[in-house]
Design a protein around this ligand. Structure first.
Ligand SMILES: Nc1ncnc2c1ncn2[C@@H]1O[C@H](COP(=O)(O)OP(=O)(O)OP(=O)(O)O)[C@@H](O)[C@H]1O
Length: 311
């Protein structure tokens, strides 16, 4: 049983090097029971590597702490038993049926009352009636459901989901998130990596990492406030030319297209307002807005490049 009931993940200073490169650099993370914790960052920033260290698939070069109350360095075998891990690629036996795949996973985990567990899993995930269908013939959305069913079958306390909705359609993504919320209400804890901002916004808390460094964490409003940026949205004609012209000017941190508008942000509100003043004409509609997560992440990325260069 976990020693610390309230903290399902509690690690400090977790570090991983591959050769000369530090791909996870001194990361600490605390995740409470029942939380849906989002893990965000650009490709190659170290999210998967970090998750693999948490669940005992990869040994950290530095750091300490617990996952489900078990030591991440010395008790990885225990951790594996109580964690469900959904990798980026759903990996099943394509020429086995849904039921056979679930049965296989249940055997691997030595699930008691295996047949009942498989039947229940099929029902809970809405796969009833499709259990004899070959996994290889399933659409992306159904493969994803099967993957979730497979990583829940041994009744884990923590689910580590690595880009679980990559490549599935919007309806399947919505259904998937509904299921995540239902399971978290039952006390299951989630660490989920995603590149989708709408999914990030559904997380109780989130962390953003780039080049192996944890740049920020907290609730969505906290992450936005901590960034300390001011953002103006501008609509009208000639936004591409405007963006090119305005970038790099004093007070302008970034000018980024968002659909039919351009978001112009900076850390010094007064300098930003001064910089945009000459452009507040020609029918352009400027409006000061609360920055969104994407504005914040772009800002963080811009500033994290220097850190990486120093590594
Ligand atoms: N076994 C390995 N040997 C060497 N380098 C590795 C190994 N595994 C990962 N890396 C490197 O570590 C860095 C972090 O990779 P990781 O897969 O953790 O990133 P990520 O944030 O999960 O990326 P993505 O969003 O693309 O999934 C990458 O540069 C990757 O190439």
């Amino acid at each position: 049983m976990p020693e610390k009931e309230e903290l399902i993940i509690d690690v400090e200073g977790v570090t991983k090097r591959f050769g000369e490169r530090t791909v996870v650099n001194d990361i600490g993370l605390q995740v409470k029971r029942g939380e849906i914790y989002g893990f965000l960052g650009p490709n190659g920033s170290g999210k998967t590597t970090f998750i693999r260290m948490l669940c005992g698939l990869l040994k950290a070069d530095g750091g300490s702490g617990t996952c489900l109350g078990y030591d991440i360095i010395t008790q990885s075998a225990e951790i594996k038993k109580h964690v469900g891990y959904m990798t980026q690629r759903f990996s099943f036996y394509e020429d086995l049926s849904i039921a056979e795949n679930l049965d296989f996973v249940a055997r691997m985990y030595a699930v008691p009352n295996r047949k009942d567990a498989v039947r229940q899993s099929i029902e809970e995930l809405g796969l009833a009636g499709r259990e004899k269908q070959l996994a290889g013939q399933l659409s992306g959305g159904w493969k994803q459901r099967l993957a979730l069913a497979a990583c829940l079958i041994h009744n884990p306390n923590l689910l580590l989901l690595d880009e679980p909705t990559a490549g599935v359609d919007p309806k399947a993504r919505r259904d998937f998130w509904e299921r995540i919320h239902q399971l978290s209400h039952k006390g299951l804890t989630f660490l989920i990596t995603t590149h989708y901002m709408d999914e990030a916004e559904q997380c109780d808390r989130l962390a953003y990492i780039a080049y192996g460094n944890l740049l920020t964490n907290g609730t969505v409003p906290e992450v936005i406030d901590q960034a300390g940026i001011t953002t103006w949205s501008v609509r009208g004609k000639g936004l591409i030319a405007l963006a090119e012209d305005i970038r790099g000017k004093d007070g302008i941190g970034q000018a980024v297209a968002f659909g039919t508008s351009l978001h112009v942000s900076g850390t010094d509100a007064a300098a930003l307002e001064k910089a945009i003043a000459p452009y507040r004409k020609d029918g352009l509609q400027w409006e000061k807005i609360r920055p969104g997560l994407e504005d914040v992440f772009i800002h963080l990325m811009e500033h994290s490049k220097d850190n990486f260069a120093k590594q």
